[in-house]
Write a protein that binds this ligand. Sequence first.
Ligand SMILES: Cc1cc2nc3c(=O)[nH]c(=O)nc-3n(C[C@H](O)[C@H](O)[C@H](O)COP(=O)(O)OP(=O)(O)OC[C@H]3O[C@@H](n4cnc5c(N)ncnc54)[C@H](O)[C@@H]3O)c2cc1C
Length: 376
Amino acid sequence: MAFGGRTGGAAVDVVVVGGGVIGCAVARKAALGGLSVVVVERGRPGAEASSAAAGMLSPLAEANEPGAFLDLLLRARAEYPDFVDALRSETGADVAYSGAGTLYVALREEDEAELEERLHWQSAAGLGVERLTADEARALEPALSPHVRWALRFAGDHQVDNRRLALALWSAAARAGAEFRLGCDVASVLREGDRVAGVELAGGERIAAEAVVLAGGCWAGRLSGLPRPLPVEPVMGQLVSVETLPPTFRHVVDSPRCYLVPRADGRLIVGATAERVGYRRAVTPAGVMRLLAGALEIAPSLADAPLAETWSGLRPGTPDGLPILGRDPDLSNLLYATGHFRNGILLAPITGEIVGALLLGEDAAVDLAPFAIDRF
Ligand SMILES: Cc1cc2nc3c(=O)[nH]c(=O)nc-3n(C[C@H](O)[C@H](O)[C@H](O)COP(=O)(O)OP(=O)(O)OC[C@H]3O[C@@H](n4cnc5c(N)ncnc54)[C@H](O)[C@@H]3O)c2cc1C
């Protein structure tokens, strides 16, 4: 066991606070490695940001420069196929992993500078980005507006159905032996000298543990007993879906104003706003109007598609947009797995591997310095 002997007969090896895709991925890895794991979730696992997301696995549309963050996203994307296979064999679940790539389109003159900049640094970094003329883009996706000026193609991008992913990760963690305490709110982290000793629930119950993992998404910093501020804040995203059968697009279509993600069942997800409005998550007329205007600018033929659903979710944002991963520098058995902002679906498997490895006493396969809590 990675954290020395148990402090009392009843201590579990690991308590994971939060049962989103990140908490479940960590719990799965730790439980598969033979640790006793309790996941404490105040609602239903995966029901928050992890279900709200659009499911894109798109490093080149997300990173703004070469570096450690882009490397992490690319590595996460490269490891996804093996993860999906493992999840299928553990649970039988199909998470609809698929990908024709992403088209990033310029529709207005002012969009072009952003695309030029991406093309420039991504080509220099040898990332395989392609520049398409308007005709070439429309040959791939005939529903694109005649106003498309040109496009970038990120051929290696994929997507998953993140709602199925969240359920599959919950199931995989439970099958591996993790215990889920649902409807329980963790109020504080318990400390004993220079270590954490477990957590206390809102009703006063204590769970003793050899290690605690903070995986509470945008709520991760709202516990008492933390050794330092955990700067994770909610960034609300609204989304809309329309029904398009036969599907309008094969690619994910991204633009500076909104993105369109085609699902195999005919739903086309239009996302997403980015609003810093605290923990509020109302779907608003202004938000929906902005998304639909963006969608119709990309594909005017969507004007007659039936509206299917509107929803919203809270991304766990950090000051620099990078996740917070690894051990606390002072309390080495307190681990962070949070702040995944816009990329937690892509990063869930690799986060499970990284934090799971630390719990098992192994080295993380990635240099965690750029993602450490003490960078703030
Ligand atoms: C609109 C939108 C679009 C997105 N699109 C994409 C995308 O296309 N691709 C991508 O990779 N990512 C995307 N994301 C980001 C991704 O969804 C998140 O980064 C990811 O889901 C974060 O997972 P999580 O497990 O950390 O958080 P969550 O899914 O929010 O889970 C945290 C869980 O912790 C629980 N919890 C918190 N505190 C406590 C406590 N004290 N006690 C008990 N339980 C607690 C909560 O109830 C919750 O269930 C998107 C997000 C949004 C909102």
